[in-house]
Each structure stands twice: as C-alpha cells, then as structure tokens.
Design a protein around this ligand. Structure first.
Ligand code: HEM
Length: 265
C-alpha cells in the first residue's frame, strides 16, 4: 500500500544501487509527515514541557481542584476533536488514522469527571476561555479544512501515548487516587498493549497519506498551533491555581477564621 509519491526523486538519497525509497517504518525521509511533525514541533514541545503548570505537575505539585479543571479542559477538547474525527472518518486524508477503539478519550474523560464531580457533573462544569478557543479551532478545522485534523490528532494522541504513563503515576500518588484507576481513565489506553508499537503504526499511517509537501507544511504549522492552544490552557490553569492557593492561604491565615479553612478538600 505504499504510494508512489514516496518515490519522489528529489528527496531520495542515492546509495549507488538504485532508488532507495522503498519505505519501511524505520527508514524515514525528511519529507515524511511523521518526521516533519517531529522536527517541526521539537522547539514548541520543549516550550510546552517548560510551562510552570507542566513542571509543577511532573513534580507532583498538583492540587486536586486544578487537576479536576484540567480534566474538564481535556473533556471539552477531546469531545470536539472526536466529534470532528467522526465527521471526517471516511475522508481519505483522515481515514487511515481513524482508531476510535484504541485512541478515543471522550468516554474515559466523562467517567473521570463523573468520578470527581458526581452524577450531576454535566451541570457542574464549564468550558474555560482558553479551552473554548482551542475547541473553536478544532471545529473550524474539522468543518473547513479536515486534513488539518491530522495535526490536532497527532499533537494530542501521540503526546498522550508518550508521557501518559508517567503523568498517571504522578497524579495517582499526588492526589491519592484509588489504585483501581478511577479518575485516571484518561491516561489508560486499554486497547493499546504497546504504546511504542502503536506510535510506529500511527507514524507509518501518517506517512502513507497522499499529501503534497505544501499540505504537510500546513500540517506542521497547525500542530505548532495545537501546542500553543495546549500551552494557553496550561497557563490559564496556572493562573487559576494561584487564586485557589491564595484562597486556601487566606482561609488558613484568617484571624477570624470565618472561612473555616475547608475549601481545599
Ligand atoms: C513525544 C515527553 C509534554 C506532545 C514525547 C516523547 C517524550 C515526551 C519523552 C518522546 C516519545 C518517543 O520518542 O516516542 C514529554 C514530557 C512532557 C511532554 C516530559 C511534559 C512534561 C507534551 C505536551 C504535548 C506533547 C504538553 C502536547 C500537548 C507530544 C507529541 C509527541 C511527544 C505530539 C510525539 C513526537 C513525535 O514522535 O513526533 N513527549 N512530553 N508533549 N509529545 Fe511530549
């Protein structure tokens, strides 16, 4: 099922024994979408890793209220993304990347949020401003330029499959969540046995998409945008975190004690 565009002679490197361009997963070329995305988001990935919220999270410095709001942001994001993926699942530029059983997170997130907020969770949550901007872009892309959905799926799912297990352990320990996995289903991909093997499959599927180089460049730009949307959500959570902390401090240090100091639960 390898497409002929992979034979593009401009990008083939000759080793003196004819065309070198039979594709294998590990035999990558700079015009492979997976390579372009990895290289093109390297810098913004480092930025994302270095946002305060992410650094605090990795150190186990995460309060439950903030973790819950993070789950809510992810819930809105994945609801939008998976709605657009369903809309475009037969589109030739997305179909090979359609793995609902393996990847889709909407239902896992709904269960996590129900665990945190209870049966009335739907009326208890709102979509934050930064999350809404991200969601709006996902819907716009899904409806106006569906090929760009690849960039959004790549940014989230490949990231979840890369860092997910570490984040899950950190969160479980820091928040003292039950070892049964309640509240952390988002991080658990039950239908994926080897994240490494699945990522390889996903990369090769991306590389088999029949796309012009120009389109691949647009996809890299969109992935960089997707990273920025994520960082804006982190920055917003960071700001909210400061106010939560201040409230808790106020409550704890109040000379009169009327706050009761019980809001940090
Ligand atoms: C890949 C770590 C945050 C998106 C990876 C990989 C590591 C990693 C080690 C490489 C896995 C491999 O080679 O197979 C981290 C750490 C983070 C972080 C430590 C924060 C503390 C993020 C964020 C996003 C993200 C916030 C986007 C929302 C990705 C993507 C890949 C990736 C898309 C796949 C890169 C590729 O192979 O093309 N991450 N990550 N990561 N991460 Fe992250």
């Amino acid at each position: 099922k390898m497409s002929a565009e992979k034979m593009d002679p401009r990008s083939g490197v000759s080793n003196g024994s004819g065309p070198v361009y039979e594709k294998e997963e590990n035999n990558l070329s700079p015009e492979d979408l997976s390579e372009m995305l990895a290289a093109g988001t390297k810098e913004v990935h480092e930025k994302a890793e270095n946002t305060q919220f992410v650094k605090d999270f990795l150190r186990g410095r995460i309060r439950k209220e903030l973790f819950k709001l993070g789950a809510v942001a992810l819930y809105h994001t994945y609801t939008a993304m998976e709605e657009e993926i369903e809309r475009n699942k037969e589109h030739p530029h997305f179909a090979p990347l359609y793995f609902p059983a393996e990847l889709h997170r909407h239902e896992a997130l709904a269960r996590d949020i129900e665990y945190f907020y209870g049966p009335e969770w739907k009326s208890q949550i709102t979509c934050s401003e930064a999350t809404q901007r991200y969601v709006d872009r996902i819907h716009q892309v899904g409806q106006e330029d569906p090929v760009l959905l690849v960039a959004h799926a790549y940014t989230r799912y490949m990231g979840d499959l890369s860092g997910g297990q570490v984040l899950r352990k950190v969160a479980q320990r820091a928040l003292k969540l039950p070892p049964t996995g309640e509240g952390l289903e988002f991080y658990q991909f039950d239908a994926i046995h080897s994240a490494k093997a699945f990522k390889q499959l996903y990369r090769s599927r991306m590389n088999e998409l029949d796309l012009e180089v120009e389109t691949k460049k647009k996809l890299v730009e969109e992935a960089v945008k997707a990273f920025h949307f994520n960082m804006e959500v982190f920055e917003e959570l960071e700001e909210i975190g400061k106010t939560i902390q201040e409230d808790v401090l106020d409550a704890g240090m109040s000379a009169h004690g009327e706050m009761g100091g019980d809001i940090s639960k």
